[in-house]
Write a protein that binds this ligand. Structure first.
Ligand SMILES: [Zn+2]
Length: 229
């Protein structure tokens, strides 16, 4: 498991430099080079990218989806050496592994995905293939924190009605959502005992891309993979 940042790539301007997102307006050649460089650094031959749509669909993958990936926000595999990438810039990349079952997965859980439960959907899909939540390790990656992610009052109320732990307020006292707390609660409810955090806030960390901070920007990613036998 690893999270990239914005350094060490070839993208220019607002995408500088290691943008891994293919749908944000960056030069496709630069994105391809950044993806290849990142895969090589992690020792991965192949990497699965999803077409993320803030939904709850999860799929098993045994190889990359190719040029037209399906609309998914969660993916898992049992194939050693196959990387799974979750692209983000404020949404949370959530990486999950059951080393005993030999399954790893990743989910893209921002505000809509957390509200709809994409992380529980991933845990459930992996469990249906032999993983056990009590053996899983989950990492909630860098994302907008509950002190920064300001939202309208009615949105806070709506999301908190479904996931109470998301209710938050900013440093200025205005309505906010704590997506990470919501995901941690969802993982606990799903029976995942070992939940770890990369506490970096994207909005507060210049080394990471943040849509809230910059609007026109790139995407960093969480990567998860099984090492070969
Ligand atoms: Zn923050």
């Amino acid at each position: 498991m690893a999270f990239t940042d914005r350094h060490g790539g070839v993208s220019a301007g607002p995408y500088g430099t290691r943008n891994l997102g293919g749908a944000v307006g960056d030069d496709p050649g630069a994105v391809a080079e950044n993806r290849a460089k990142t895969a090589a650094e992690f020792g991965l031959d192949r990497v699965v990218f999803m077409r993320q749509v803030h939904g709850t669909d999860v799929a098993y993958a045994e190889q990359p989806f190719g040029d037209e990936p399906p609309a998914l926000d969660g993916v898992f595999t049992d194939r050693p050496g196959l990387g799974l990438a979750v692209l983000v810039a404020d949404c949370a990349p959530v990486l999950v592994a059951d080393p005993v079952a030999g399954l790893v997965g990743g989910a893209h859980s921002g505000r809509p995905g957390t509200e709809a439960g994409v992380v529980p959907a991933l845990v459930e899909a992996m469990a249906a293939r032999g993983a056990r939540p009590e053996r899983m390790v989950a990492v909630i990656g860098p994302s907008a924190c509950g002190l920064c992610y300001e939202v309208p009052e009615d949105l806070r109320e709506r999301v908190a009605a479904r996931v109470p732990e998301t209710w938050s307020r900013t440093r200025h006292g205005t309505p906010a959502l704590d997506i990470r707390a919501g995901i941690a609660a969802q993982l606990a409810l799903a029976g995942v005992a070992d939940v770890r955090h990369d506490d970096r806030c994207t909005i507060e960390t210049a080394d990471l891309y943040s849509y809230r901070r910059e609007q026109r920007t790139g995407r960093f990613a969480g990567y998860v993979w099984l090492t070969g036998a």
